[in-house]
Structures are given as structure tokens and as C-alpha cells.
Write a protein that binds this ligand. Structure first.
Ligand code: PMP
Length: 417
């Protein structure tokens, strides 16, 4: 599959060779640095992509959830063109920033006040900073298998890597006893508990509601600030997973699609915690309120991805996942999809995993094969087998994906067994 992949993409291969001369690692996004070389995309329209070697794809990667609106949403294009006519970034404030903040505060139950950043990573670093300053404590509890940004990556098993920028203590995800033990062991030093309501990078593994409720109780008990990293999961309802589950954290971080595909991150929460930014805490950032992100975000969240649209999109994803799961079940193969709503990840073990795990060598091979087989079928998804449906994806596109997965199950049945 690798050889066939490479043979069809000579231009992508050549670009990769050139890039290695100047870009450390060949490009600046680790998730896209897969072997033998990444496919270079040159054009997008709605939910379609075209690569440098002129292949067309159905885009089910959806820019790792940031591409919710597809590549050519006319209302987002219109506002961006309008903004460009008036000039780029004025080292000032403007109505776009206030409008987007008002929408975010109205939508997410935990967010009384918000501030913007350029990425989800920064949003998390700032939320953790705010929690540490607010509590006067140091440590942060995070979960194995979690991902909160570039340097905030946690292994599925074992202890923290030495590359972490803050003093983290790790517990097991979806394991109440582990969370209770770790929180109590560090109770007096614990500034924050940070958790993804569904681990995204970790394989679309939803948190059990009782696990999140336990974390809420532990934060109350220890005085730590509970932070929901909803960078990926905020799309799961008008008010994110917190609204869907009725569990309100003290702080929330956002990112990805919210600025209509422009660079974006945010952190917000209780008014008393966020009030530190009135003087005590500094948070500058040249592009925090850049006019492209602020304006596109107002349209994206205010006019397009309304709470009603969010709910319908969630249900659409649920229905797709059920169809996909039927394929493996009907054939008796270890092939299923974990996730929630419009985000899902292929898994090559049954029953569906509900906790982070270190994939076996066989699973790694199957993930690569699945990715290459989907590309061959003209479907682009995340290399690790994650799908993030964008709004322009139509019913015929979903049928096509289901058929491609069924063909994979047939063609690769021997390897899967
Ligand atoms: N948190 C979560 C849950 C994420 O999935 C990501 C990105 N995949 C981030 C934080 C980091 O966001 P960004 O890539 O915008 O820095």
C-alpha cells in the first residue's frame, strides 16, 4: 500500500524532499508528518480537496475539526473579503472582538468572561496560568492519553515526559478511583484539573459522565480549578459537552472551528478567576484579536453554527457511527468506531475501547493500511484514522464513506481477523 501510495504522488514526494532542506521534520505539524511523505493539498472547495498530483478527495479530515465550515463557505468568505477591504489589524480594539466574546459567553455555561488566543495550546497554557495564580498553588492534574496542545501531550501509559512545561501529576482517564487517589495525594498543591470531555487525539474516547462528575466533586473538595478542554468537543452541542452533560467546569478552553477556520483559541470561565486579567495577570499577544479571526468567528458562531445546527450535526454523526459499527459487527471483525457526534476514530479491537491504550504493532499497521486504502478510494482523513465531519458533507458523501469502509472490511478481512 505504501509503494502504491508513493508511486501515484511524485509531486508530493518531490515537495517533501525539498521541504526537508529547510523545514525541520519536513513540515511544522507533527500530525501531518507521516511516512513515506504527506500528500500535499493545493485546493479545496466545500468538502472536496485536490492534491498536487491532481487527485480529488472527499475531505473527512475536516482540518482536525477546525474545518467545520468546509473550504468555501460563502458567508465566511464574504466577511473576510469585507474585513480585508478595511485593512488588516490596527493595534486596537473593535466591535468584532466584543461580538464574538458575547456569543461565546452566551453559549458556554461556564464562561462568564473570555479572552482570545491564537491557538488551543495557548488557550490551555493561559487557563492553567490563571488557575495557578488564582489558587496560589502549583500542580496540575491531567490524564494519560490526553492532548492539550503541542507541549501538553500525555502518554497513554506510564509517567509524564520530561518535556512538559508545568508540574503535572497524571491519573488514568475514565478511572474514578485513579482520579480520586491522585487528587487526594496532591490535594493541598493542586491548582487545576484539566480534562478533555472526549479525548480527541487520544482516539475519540468520550469521558463517562460519572467520571466528569467525579472530577467536579474532586475540584470542589480540593479547591482546584476544574478546566474542560473543549477545543475539540465544543461542537458537540450549542454549549459544548458541558451543556450536553449538564456538568459545569470553572474554566473552559476553546479553539479549532470557532473562528470559521481562521486561527483561534480562547480561555474563559468564572468571573472571579478571569478578573485576574484586570491587572494582576498579563496576557498580551499581537494576534489575539486579529480582525480576520474575530470577524469570521462572529459570522461562524452567530449566523452559521447556531445551537440548532450544532445539535443536528451531532445527530448526523451519531447516525453515521452506527452505520459504520454495523459493518464490523455484521462480519464479526474487530473493526469499530469510537467517538461522539461528528467526530470518530477507527479502532481495530472490540469491544470498543473506552480508555486510552498503547496500540499494538498490528493495530499501527492496520491504521496505516486504513488510511492508505481510504486515500485510494478518494477519501482523506486524519492519518490516525479520525473523521471530523464538516457541515458541507452530504448524504451521498456519507454513503460513499460507508461503502469504502465496507470494502476495506471485505478486502482486508484476513488481516483484520
Ligand atoms: N486541546 C485539544 C483537545 C486539542 O485537540 C488540540 C488540537 N488538536 C489542542 C488543545 C491544541 O489546539 P491548537 O492545535 O490550536 O494549538
Amino acid at each position: 500500500a505504501r509503494t502504491a501510495y508513493a508511486a501515484k504522488r511524485p509531486r508530493s514526494a518531490a515537495l517533501h524532499e525539498q521541504a526537508l532542506e529547510v523545514l525541520a521534520g519536513g513540515n511544522t505539524r507533527t500530525v501531518i508528518a507521516y511516512g513515506p511523505f504527506p500528500t500535499a493539498m493545493t485546493r479545496g472547495e466545500d468538502c472536496r480537496l485536490w492534491d498536487l498530483d491532481d487527485h480529488a478527495y472527499l475531505d473527512l479530515c475536516g482540518e482536525y475539526t477546525a474545518g467545520l465550515f468546509g473550504h468555501s463557505e460563502p458567508r465566511i468568505h464574504a466577511v473576510l473579503h469585507d474585513v480585508l477591504r478595511r485593512g488588516i489589524n490596527f493595534a486596537s480594539v473593535g466591535p468584532g472582538e466584543e461580538k464574538l466574546a458575547r456569543i461565546v459567553c452566551a453559549r458556554f455555561p461556564s464562561i462568564d468572561r473570555v479572552r482570545f488566543t491564537n491557538s488551543g495550546t495557548e488557550g490551555n497554557l493561559m487557563a492553567l496560568t490563571a488557575a495557578r495564580a488564582f489558587t496560589g498553588r502549583d500542580k496540575i492534574m491531567a490524564f494519560r492519553g490526553g492532548y492539550h496542545g503541542g507541549v501538553l501531550t500525555f502518554p497513554a501509559a506510564g509517567s509524564s515526559p520530561s518535556t512538559l512545561p508545568l508540574p503535572f501529576v497524571l491519573a488514568d482517564y475514565n478511572d474514578n478511583d485513579s482520579a480520586i487517589a491522585v487528587a487526594r495525594a496532591h490535594a493541598k498543591d493542586l491548582a487545576a484539573i484539566i480534562v478533555e470531555p472526549m479525548q480527541g487525539s487520544g482516539g475519540c474516547l468520550p469521558a463517562r459522565p460519572d467520571f466528569l462528575a467525579t472530577l467536579r466533586d474532586l475540584a470542589n473538595e480540593t479547591g482546584a480549578v476544574l478546566i474542560f478542554d473543549e477545543v475539540m468537543t465544543s461542537r458537540h452541542s450549542g454549549g459544548g459537552m458541558q451543556a450536553r452533560l449538564g456538568i459545569t467546569p470553572d474554566m473552559t478552553t476553546l479553539g479549532k472551528y470557532i473562528a470559521g477556520g481562521m486561527s483561534f483559541g480562547a480561555f474563559g470561565g468564572r468571573a472571579d478567576i478571569m478578573a485576574q486579567f484586570g491587572g494582576k495577570l498579563s496576557h498580551a499577544g499581537t494576534f489575539n484579536n486579529n480582525v480576520l479571526s474575530m470577524s469570521a468567528g462572529g459570522v461562524a458562531m452567530g449566523e452559521i453554527f447556531t445551537a440548532e445546527v450544532a445539535e443536528a450535526h451531532f445527530q448526523r454523526g451519531e447516525a453515521l457511527r452506527a452505520r459504520l459499527d454495523d459493518i464490523g459487527a455484521a462480519k464479526g471483525l474487530p473493526l469499530c468506531f469510537t467517538g461522539l457526534g461528528s467526530m470518530m476514530t477507527v479502532q481495530f479491537r472490540t469491544p470498543a475501547p473506552d480508555r486510552p491504550f498503547v496500540p499494538t504493532a498490528r493495530e499501527e499497521q492496520l491504521r496505516e493500511l486504513f488510511f492508505f486504502d481510504m486515500l485510494e478510494a478518494g477519501i482523506y482523513l486524519a492519518r490516525r484514522g479520525m473523521v471530523a465531519l464538516s457541515l458541507p458533507v452530504g448524504d451521498a458523501d456519507l454513503d460513499r464513506f460507508v461503502a469504502a469502509v465496507a470494502a476495506f472490511a471485505d478486502n482486508r478481512a484476513e488481516l483484520l481477523r
